[in-house]
Ligand binder design. Structure first.
Ligand code: GLC
Length: 567
């Protein structure tokens, strides 16, 4: 064997290119995480301050929702400058210090990239407004003349995800109406035209900018929206996300051409060692999600099905089985999500009465009632949430956790409408209260004025019940949700090997029993009556066990245990 054909053996201590495959990733919503400068808005230094907390929690990576300069028309998902930090949240030096602290503690850092649209404050959009119809500056966005004799009809029937038309008409300073521009979200979020090479090139620059600063991966916002069919006449679109066709024929979402864009991104990721990772936010049909996760593209894609699943053994079984198969086909690992900044926190979803499926129609109505109609079943919500979390953490693939779920927070449904910040509230003509209830700043301690979040009042009002669930109150309490998360994440680290999952027939349709390997089984009782506990040593339990008449431990309803069946 000559030197040239010697097998390449990765250095034992070198960076692990596969760190993401089974990582637990903790999502930080920076403006609501921790505030160190007393303005009521969380900041980057707040994340740095909490690195020891995150490391002790036992997560592998932290994902930061946007922290870039923004007018906050959509909680920071309206980015005015992709290569800077919002001055209210800190500086690039603060960002570097945060990355250094995270890395020193063994945590990876993932940042959010928002490529579908910029803020209307972005220099490109400002140039487009000034440059006028037909200009190169307008060609970075989607400007069109209106229909009808006076151009007063929007160029198509396309609807914004937040409600209303996806088109807004410009008006000249003298009041003359002008062209329309496309925004699939708020009017302050104009859509980019990704057929423009300048747009593509600029995002490569942004990916390199953050990768050079040590960022380990990217969460890609609205990944399924970038490629659009803009051939005139503009065709009608389908209803949003899960109603999308599986053949890529919608003019706005999940078009086949989008994949070529992400192949370009992959080439940028692979310039680094280890390659930078990415996870796609793509609300598309189940069988199309894994296309974004191909190793030649983003590598991983969110599977959001558990955020919409009712508390039901069959629903969980189907979702787990199908997503593991699809991930295996694409070469990615699967992903699991119960909560994030866009959905009602999972304890609240599980507290809705039986028959409610936790979907948007149920939760929107409940939020509008201020969380009073229906009354949630408070005994049940946390029990179910913890059981679902422990099952999720037993699955092969990455688990994405949302800030505050380790405290067992439920949705702050009682927010007054005058305090709402989410554009969904106004854009839906007050039909949907929006997502602020999951974005209320975290309670770290029980004290006023902001439960340890800030030295002043938080930017979204925090409810009085936060005093009881603050991190410092739960710390060290063996029965607390925080202790439960720490125990489960620690056990997951110790137990996890390989990416296989076997189904064990529990002989009871309400029981989901899976085995990762011989020393690690997870058993969830979705029913309400207790059942026999399979033999073995209990490693972690989502709640107290029951005792049978013979004194033997039993698995109560709505509870998950991890077992070592050998001992
Ligand atoms: C994604 C984000 C959401 C945001 C939207 C528009 O869905 O998760 O918060 O409103 O994109 O950027």
């Amino acid at each position: 064997m000559t030197d040239t054909d010697a097998p390449v053996v990765p250095a034992a201590s070198g960076p692990d290119p596969d760190w993401w495959r089974q990582a637990t990733v903790y999502q930080v919503y920076p403006r609501s995480f921790a505030d160190t400068d007393g303005d009521g808005l969380g900041n980057v230094a707040g994340v740095t301050e909490k690195v020891p907390y995150l490391a002790a929690l036992g997560v592998d990576a932290v994902w930061l929702s946007p922290f870039y300069p923004s007018e906050l028309a959509d909680g920071g998902y309206d980015v005015a400058d992709y290569r800077d930090v919002d001055p209210r949240l800190g500086t690039l030096e603060d960002f570097d210090a945060m990355v250094a602290a995270a890395h020193a503690a063994g945590l990876k850092v993932i940042v959010d990239i928002v490529p579908n649209h910029t803020s209307d404050q972005h220099v490109w959009f400002q140039e487009a407004l000034a440059a006028g119809p037909g200009s190169a500056a307008r060609a970075r966005y989607v400007f069109r003349d209106g229909l009808g004799e006076d151009g007063a009809t929007p160029p198509s029937t396309w609807q914004s995800n937040f409600g209303g038309s996806a088109w807004t008409r410009l008006t000249l300073p003298d009041g003359t109406p002008e062209q329309w521009y496309l925004h699939l979200f708020a009017p302050e979020q104009p859509d980019l035209d990704w057929s423009n090479p300048e747009v593509r090139e600029d995002f490569h620059t942004t990916l390199r900018f953050w990768s050079d600063r040590g960022v380990d991966g990217f969460r890609v916002d609205v990944a399924h929206g970038l490629a659009k069919d803009l051939v005139e006449p503009l065709r009608d679109a389908n209803p949003k996300d899960f109603g999308l066709p599986v053949d890529g024929s919608d003019p706005l979402y999940d078009r086949d051409e989008v994949h070529e864009i992400f192949e370009g991104w992959r080439r940028v990721f692979d310039e680094y060692d280890p390659p930078r990772t990415a996870v796609a936010e793509a609300w598309v049909a189940r069988e199309r999600v894994s296309l974004y996760a191909r190793p030649t593209e983003l590598g991983q894609a969110f599977n959001f099905e558990l955020t919409r699943a009712p508390w039901d053994a069959d629903a969980f079984r189907t979702i787990i089985e199908s997503n593991l198969l699809l991930a295996a086909e694409s070469g990615a690992s699967s992903t699991w999500v119960l909560s994030n900044h866009d959905v009602v926190r999972h304890p609240s979803r599980y507290g809705l009465p039986d028959g409610a499926d936790g979907g948007e129609a149920d939760t929107d109505a409940w939020l509008l009632s201020g969380g009073t109609d229906p009354e949630l079943d408070r005994d049940r919500w946390l029990r179910r949430a913890r059981a679902a979390t422990l099952l999720m953490l037993a699955l092969p693939g990455s688990a994405y956790l949302y800030q505050g779920e380790e405290l067992g927070l439920h949705e702050v449904a009682e927010l007054r409408v005058e305090d709402l910040q989410d554009p969904v509230w106004t854009r839906s003509s007050h039909q949907r209260k929006g997502r602020d209830g999951s974005r209320v700043p975290l309670p770290w301690t029980p004290e006023a004025p902001a439960y340890g979040f800030s030295s002043t009042t938080a930017h979204l009002p925090q409810p009085a019940w936060f005093a009881d669930v603050a991190a410092s109150v739960q710390d060290g309490d063996p029965g607390s949700t925080l202790t439960f998360y720490r125990t489960a994440l620690d056990a997951r680290h110790r137990l996890q090997q390989g990416e296989e999952l076997d189904w064990v027939d529990a002989g009871d349709p309400q029981v989901v029993h899976v085995a990762r390997h011989e020393g690690w089984h997870s058993v969830t009782n979705f029913g309400t009556a207790d059942v026999a506990l399979p033999a073995g040593t209990v490693l972690v339990a989502s709640g107290p066990l029951a005792e049978g008449v013979d004194g033997a431990a039993r698995l109560p309803g709505e509870t998950t245990v991890w077992l070592d069946p050998r001992g």
